[in-house]
Design a protein around this ligand. Structure first.
Ligand code: SF4
Length: 254
């Protein structure tokens, strides 16, 4: 089961148990379940990289909520290897007016098509496909064209990639938010509060394994652990005179 805890001011405020193998598809059911039981909805939704998707960005935007989701490539994009990778679209020069990229060999990579893609949740997105005008005899090919599983010999291959423009736009807007002062404060607090809650339940309360079987039992046990966490947290916050504190103050950039 995929257990999701929603945290506010260090307390667990909602729990879901679902069959999803990854976190990406848990965000919407989690929020829908929460909002079906509570009259209010949270303005800021802070989540780690595993929750990033175009569907999630658009869902939050359409409901007037603000996403602070760490992009999937955020940590990787800071690495030297990533920044030096000439095969990455992100490292190519982009002409926004005419919608083409220029590769490390000075060739144009222009739009060659478009295709509709359906995700596992049924969400439909459009991918814009790009192809290089001429990759023949390029001496940079081995560094530029990745994907060793292709049966086509490298010499005859041409550089292609595809992107969802909506996703790229939403990711760029999100990146601006999460790297702002407020975004850093929320992100640091997500890390402290969410990871801290799971650490407390798993390590301090030593909850490593469900006692019962089935989704309902998993949900009940997860809720009991959340309640135990909340009681301990309330005691701790009272003792440390932090009862009204929502966020830990953040001094340094993350
Ligand atoms: S392989 Fe093609 S896209 Fe890559 S650098 Fe060479 S010409 Fe440019």
């Amino acid at each position: 089961y995929n257990i999701q805890y929603g945290i506010d001011a260090e307390y667990v405020v909602w729990v879901t148990v679902g069959p999803q193998p990854t976190d990406t598809t848990t965000l919407l059911p989690f929020l829908q379940d929460f909002e079906a039981h509570f009259p209010q909805k949270y303005l800021n939704i802070i989540a780690d990289a595993g929750y990033e998707s175009e569907e999630n960005y658009l869902y939050l935007e359409q409901r007037g909520q603000i996403a602070y989701i760490k992009p999937n490539n955020y940590e990787m994009s800071k690495q030297r290897k990533y920044q030096k990778d000439i095969g990455r679209r992100e490292n190519m020069e982009y002409n926004a007016d005419k919608d083409f990229y220029v590769c490390a060999n000075g060739k144009k990579i222009s739009v060659s098509g478009e295709r509709k893609q359906k995700t596992k949740t049924g969400y439909e997105t459009w991918k814009t496909q790009y192809s290089c005008e001429n990759c023949s005899n390029c001496t940079l090919k081995a560094q530029c064209i990745h994907g060793n599983r292709s049966k086509t010999p490298l010499e005859t291959r041409t550089k292609h990639f595809e992107i969802s423009k909506i996703f790229q736009q939403k990711r760029a807007e999100d990146l601006e938010r999460i790297t702002s002062k407020k975004g850093i404060e929320l992100r640091v607090n997500r890390s402290i509060q969410s990871e801290g809650t799971f650490a407390n339940v798993k390590a301090d309360l030593q909850f490593r394994r469900f006692l019962g079987r089935g989704k309902v039992n998993a949900l009940v046990e997860s809720m009991l652990m959340a309640m135990a966490h909340n009681i301990g947290k309330m005691h701790h916050k009272i003792q440390s005179s932090r009862s009204g504190q929502y966020l830990f103050p953040v001094n340094n950039a993350a």
